[in-house]
Design a protein around this ligand. Structure first.
Ligand code: SF4
Ligand code: SF4
Length: 311
């Protein structure tokens, strides 16, 4: 098959599996991104996520992560839903965590796609990832024409906004490559103005991870610092504020992935139910969910932190 036919085949098959957009880039050292990442790390913006300091060489060069690789394919998978938790006073979960763990759902799709590719194209050496390896996902998606990295530091897509997961495949065959996307944030500052913890730099495009509610509620293993009292806006797992306010998200459309549908029980939990959450109900409620990442103790800590600050 020709490079053009291979590119068309991957696009078509990815679409059949539910990915709404696919982009292709040449696998190469990312010199600009490497400089930016180095500066970000040197400023300590990664807070206590020291794993981000590991594998720097592989993070900025896919040919070191997957020797012999020629291409990085980026995929977008929608998770937007208009559904909301029923009790307005209940502690809030980020939308991406409503259903089954995206790592499991999306990775399975990549596995199927990879098998189809080898069956159609021939032997391919490669690996695929969903938020699981040292890969600069947003930068690759941007290079592949899938969107731009907004002032809120998330990937924004003109057609769909930002409520989607990113995934990548790094392989040793060439494709027809896409061109880099341009920025469409313009003079907007809605995400910067709305962030309750001032985690986004005043000029945008830079996140102080240690101040972000997603980090505080998921990554931080210690007590949440008291300086964030009254700043959490009710979030107990992640935070969607800088996506909710982004004008590009008016283009979001509901996902069609049944595995991302939340259970009625989860959406119906009242503030009181969350306060009474025990380990057994946590395990039942979050079976196969990304929320398991915090473990019961972590989520309980977050709920308690919100409660203390209301008292
Ligand atoms: S996720 Fe929330 S806390 Fe983090 S930058 Fe966005 S608005 Fe701020
Ligand atoms: S809210 Fe405005 S500035 Fe922020 S990411 Fe969206 S468009 Fe860009």
């Amino acid at each position: 098959m020709t490079t053009q036919a291979n590119t068309r085949f991957v696009r078509q098959e990815a679409e059949k599996l539910g990915f709404f957009q696919v982009g292709f880039s040449k696998a190469e050292f990312m010199s600009e991104e490497a400089k930016r990442l180095e500066a970000w790390l040197n400023q300590g913006r990664q807070a206590k996520m020291s794993y981000l300091e590991n594998h720097f060489d592989k993070r900025v060069d896919p040919t070191k992560l997957v020797p012999g690789s020629k291409s990085v394919i980026s995929f977008l998978y929608n998770y937007y839903t208009p559904l909301k938790q029923e009790d307005d006073h209940a502690p809030k979960l980020a939308m991406y965590a409503y259903g089954r763990d995206y790592h499991k759902v999306v990775k399975k799709k990549l596995k199927i796609l990879f098998q189809k590719m080898t069956a159609e194209i021939g032997a391919i050496n490669g690996r695929y990832f969903v938020d699981s390896a040292p890969v600069l996902e947003r930068d690759w998606a941007k290079r592949s024409g899938l969107g731009w990295i907004g002032k809120n530091t998330l990937l924004l897509n003109k057609a769909k906004g930002s409520y989607f997961f990113l995934a990548e495949m790094i392989v040793d065959i060439p494709f027809e490559y896409d061109s880099v996307s341009s920025d469409h944030c313009g003079t907007c500052t809605k995400c910067i103005d709305a962030c309750p913890t001032d985690a986004i730099d005043e000029n945008g495009y830079l996140l102080d991870a240690g101040k972000c509610i997603s980090y505080l509620t998921i990554e931080l293993k210690e007590k949440i610092p008291t300086e964030f009292e009254d700043k959490m806006e009710g979030w107990m797992f992640g935070c969607d504020i800088c996506q909710d306010v982004c004008p590009w998200n008016r283009f979001s459309t509901p996902h069609e992935e049944v595995q991302f549908n939340p259970s009625e029980k989860l959406m119906g939990m009242s503030a009181e139910d969350w306060n009474d959450l025990n380990e057994e109900s946590f395990d039942l409620l979050f079976e196969g969910s990304a929320v398991k990442r915090t473990k019961f103790e972590g989520l309980k800590r977050n709920i308690q932190f919100l409660r203390n600050n209301k008292a």
